[in-house]
Design a protein around this ligand. Structure first.
Ligand code: ZN
Length: 275
């Protein structure tokens, strides 16, 4: 599943190419995504310049003068730059056609979304999909004190509290396991029991883990933009615990354990990560 680093890598990839450029055509081949793509969207956007690109959580935002296009890659989506005469294939649902580039949304499972937020309905941050999102991990306000406040009184396991996205966005299943390993925290610890200093370590670990992922995502970026939905370079090169059950911890050699929390797999080192 594309996570925050993949979406941010995608954003950086398209930003340099489309910012300030007029969108010539939006081609919708399949409007039945997670929510239907509004039928009038191609007419609304034809000829309009993209003023800026942004990201909030895993939502990609294309800002136009008269509104914001909200794009989500769902479970299996990718946004890829294709050749100007490249024929669409199966599951290629939407094209953004510019003078010198075409970006194509490919999404076999169609859990992704392409929505429109008109400027006259207020800031896009107030959109129902965005308003409940936690703070961004690279926001300067995100630190140990922030996490400590968010987790106060919470009995849910720290791994699940991170994954929920209310305290901080973008820490998906892989990055939750990796961040907790880096911070030396047992994923089963109730979130409310985490001390201030350990919250600080966790905040730093979250940022460092996502920074590493962004660095490896950015280095593979050429004409292919963003996530394939398959495990990317990050896992194969850097994962300390994720999908390494039974293999020796890279720090202490203890076999990595796999458990299931809230129906999601969690990986951790029972020696390095303390309760
Ligand atoms: Zn270990």
């Amino acid at each position: 599943m594309p996570e925050l680093p993949e979406v941010e890598t995608t954003r950086r990839g398209i930003d340099a190419i489309i910012k300030g450029q007029a969108l010539r055509r939006l081609v919708v081949r399949e409007p039945r995504m997670r929510w239907p793509i509004p039928a009038d969207l191609p007419a609304l956007l034809a000829g309009r310049p993209v003023l800026a690109t942004d990201r909030r959580g895993k939502y990609l935002l294309l800002r136009f003068e008269h509104g914001v296009q909200i794009v989500h890659l769902g479970m299996s989506g990718s946004l890829r730059r294709v050749g100007l005469d490249e024929a669409p294939r199966k599951h290629d649902h939407v094209d953004w056609v510019f003078d010198h580039a075409i970006f194509r949304l490919h999404d076999p499972r169609r859990f992704g979304a392409v929505l429109w937020h008109p400027a006259d309905t207020g800031p896009v941050e107030r959109h129902p999909l965005l308003i409940g999102l936690g703070i961004e991990p690279f926001d300067p306000r995100f630190d140990g004190k922030w996490l400590h406040d968010q987790f106060r009184g919470k009995r849910v396991a720290i791994k699940q509290a991170l994954l929920a996205g209310h305290a901080v966005v973008g820490v998906g299943n892989i990055y939750a396991s990796e961040s907790l390993f880096r911070a030396g925290i047992d994923p089963r610890l109730p979130a409310g029991k985490l001390s201030g200093p350990r919250c600080e370590r966790l905040a730093q670990a979250v940022r460092a883990t996502l920074t590493d992922a962004l660095a490896s995502g950015g280095s593979t970026l050429r004409d292919y933009v963003g996530a394939s939905g398959e495990p990317g370079a990050y896992f194969t090169i850097h994962a300390a615990v994720y999908e390494r059950a039974g293999q020796p911890c890279r720090v202490c050699g203890t076999p990595i354990r796999r458990i299931v929390q809230g129906q999601r797999a969690t990986y951790f080192c029972p020696h390095c990560q303390k309760r």
